[in-house]
Design a protein around this ligand. Structure first.
Ligand code: URA
Length: 240
């Protein structure tokens, strides 16, 4: 059981203080009954809540897909730079949200924002083999011998190891654009992998995580809530 005001604020409906005032004005109903005090205990999974006649759809955790634009930090807060959390529209804001895995400031594409720490851990842990697919624009041609190196795993001079990646060329006539799938998320991993075969990544976009593709209708900078089946798609084994 949880306090009504806490539930309402966790869902981004109003602050706890506002909940007190809404309740005093008899604008909140629980299971069809007007509630005058916002500190009553409710079961958010079972009880129905209405504010001004509109049902509150309770979500224990939120899973958001964002099409990250370039120039924005994958962080929850930053003193100077704009973060992906700053980009969320007011109706998707609630406390505890963070980006599940980082994209570099200049990387675009699919980013998951959630308040479910276990989910994020499972999605990011290389043990679970949730592959992330990136499209990289390179400053030169990705020849076959370089593909073989990337596909067999790389150890850098500093000892950093990158597991074997899956490489494909979306357009066989243009070897400067490559798709790369990896299940690790080491710092600047894709850029460093291409650098190790003598190529610089000029543009990088994440297209897919596990079985979940970036929604092509989602413009850069926009976000939307994931449906439960889409959250499951992330872990479906199609890409193992
Ligand atoms: N690899 C990178 O180098 N950068 C990213 O943003 C993601 C993966």
């Amino acid at each position: 059981m949880e306090r009504l005001d806490k539930v309402l604020s966790s869902q981004g409906i109003c602050s706890r203080k506002e909940a007190r005032s809404l309740a005093a004005k008899q604008r909140i109903k629980v299971n069809g009954e007007v509630i005058k005090k916002s500190d009553v205990k409710i079961d958010p999974e079972k009880d129905t809540i209405e504010v001004d006649g509109t049902a509150v759809e309770y979500r224990r955790y939120l899973y958001i897909m964002m099409n990250k634009p370039s120039g924005v930090l994958s962080a929850s807060t930053d003193k100077k730079a704009q973060t992906v959390i700053d980009l969320l529209p007011p109706e998707l804001r609630r406390s505890g949200l963070f980006p599940a895995g980082r994209l570099d400031k200049d990387t675009t594409g699919l980013l998951i924002i959630t308040d479910d720490g276990d989910f994020a851990h499972n999605m990011l842990s290389p043990k679970n083999k949730v592959y992330k697919l990136y499209c990289a624009k390179l400053d030169g041609e990705l020849e076959e011998n370089k593909i073989k190196i990337l596909e067999s795993g790389i150890t850098l001079k500093d000892g950093t190891c990158f597991k074997p990646a899956r490489i494909s060329l979306p357009n066989p006539n243009d070897r400067t654009i490559a798709e790369i799938e990896i299940c690790e998320g080491k710092y600047h991993q894709v850029k460093r992998m291409f650098q190790s075969v003598g190529l610089t990544v000029i543009q990088l976009k994440r297209l897919r995580i596990g079985g979940l593709c970036l929604d092509k209708e989602l413009f850069e900078g926009k976000s939307r809530i994931l449906a439960p089946f889409e959250v499951k798609d992330i872990f479906n084994g199609k890409y193992d």
